[in-house]
Design a protein around this ligand. Structure first.
Ligand code: NAD
Ligand code: LMR
Length: 329
């Protein structure tokens, strides 16, 4: 039986993450090799021509599961019937811009996009926000979509999760495939807390295997938390292929589930777990089953972790209060 195609909307489709992401979606890595996909590319009018070039290349790749590629320059059409939405396009911070200006500029993007999702997306819509500040942009979009369950709005910390796996692998010489239960807590920003106290390296507790709190505090945590800035410094542009790869991982885990005995990290609306105020879109250890994220419960949080989780959550509360004051939520 032929499956119904899944509509995947990608915003910022002509940008650098878009270029790395679209070909992987079209090749079946987002949802599965047997799932036909219709791509809906949403761009601002000035970038539509570049998106057309990418669409030509997608067609030229002759992906068996790619049923259609359509380009839109307005959210209402771009999100019509969307089952999955990847919100990548955002307003980058430019010289002299204050944080309030950045939040306000992004409110002008993610508010209308949330409303368009509310009004026209499919009932099973799942949203991943990649564009920064991702957690707060997701909060803005969710609050403009009162008819969509809040849990369908998520923000990406899977890149941070993957970065943590990469660093642990380098440090211990263990393949990434043997490292499990790493957690990113909090915001996708330099305050995030990559936690290895529950992680396992080849079945043994990671903190015990490494047994070096100074390395954890002074090396591992800042390396993971500031990796985005290090890549900008080295490449002269922000991470793109790794960000696209993490977006693929996030949606794949959400739709197809996470393996037994492991978890991943995703920023999802808090239900109050681990003292994170309800409604804040914060990163947690999560599993996915039947297309729903669940926060891993019952982890013991030591003082080292508590201080760092609280600091990142405090930043999210500040961002929430700032967008509230701007009338964006
Ligand atoms: P980019 O500048 O190359 O591309 C952004 C694209 O978005 C542009 O083509 C632009 O025209 C488009 N755009 C802007 N406003 C739009 C709107 N209202 N609707 C549709 N499209 C719009 O940027 P990039 O490198 O692709 O990065 C995109 C975003 O992802 C940035 O905010 C970046 O900071 C963020 N990012 C997040 C993570 C993460 O882990 N969460 C990782 C890397 C990058
Ligand atoms: C990243 O983590 O690579 C992105 O969010 C870009 C940045 O500004 O850090």
């Amino acid at each position: 039986m032929t499956r119904t195609p899944v509509n995947v909307t990608v915003t910022g489709a002509a940008g650098q993450i878009g270029y790395a992401l679209l070909f992987r979606i079209a090749s079946g890595q987002l949802l599965g090799k047997d799932v036909p996909v219709k791509l809906r590319l949403l761009e601002i009018p000035q970038a539509v021509k570049a998106a057309e070039g990418t669409a030509m290349e997608l067609i030229d790749s002759a992906f068996p599961n790619l049923v259609a590629v359509d380009i839109f320059d307005n959210p209402a059409d771009g999100f019509a019937g969307a089952n999955v939405a990847l919100l990548v396009g955002a307003r980058p911070r430019t010289a002299g811009m204050e944080r309030g200006d950045l939040l306000s500029a992004n409110g002008g993007i993610f508010g209308p996009q949330g409303k368009a999702i509310n009004d026209g997306a499919a009932d099973d819509i799942r949203v991943l926000v990649v564009g920064n500040p991702a957690n707060t942009n997701a909060l803005i979009a969710a609050s403009a979509a009162p008819d969509v369950p809040a849990e369908r709005f998520t923000a990406m910390t899977r890149l941070d999760h993957n970065r943590a796996l990469g660093q642990l692998s380098l440090k211990t010489g263990t393949p990434v495939s043997e490292i499990t239960k790493v957690t990113i807590w909090g915001n996708h920003s330099a305050t995030q807390y990559p936690d290895i106290f529950h992680a396992e390296i080849a079945g043994k507790n990671a903190a015990e295997v490494i047994n070096d709190e100074a390395w954890l505090a002074n090396d591992f945590i800042p390396t993971v938390a500031k990796r985005g800035a290090a890549i900008i410094e080295a490449r002269g542009a922000s991470s793109a292929a790794s960000a696209a790869s993490a977006a693929i991982d996030h949606v794949h885990s959400w739709v197809n589930g996470t393996p037994e005995g492991d978890w991943v990290s995703a920023a999802i609306p808090s239900d109050g777990s681990y003292g994170v105020p309800e409604g804040i879109i914060s990163s947690f250890p999560v599993t996915s089953k039947d297309g729903k994220w669940e926060i891993v419960q019952g982890l013991e949080i030591n003082d080292f972790s508590r201080t760092r989780i609280d600091a990142s959550v405090a930043e999210l509360i500040e961002e929430r209060d700032a967008v509230k004051a701007l009338g964006l939520i």
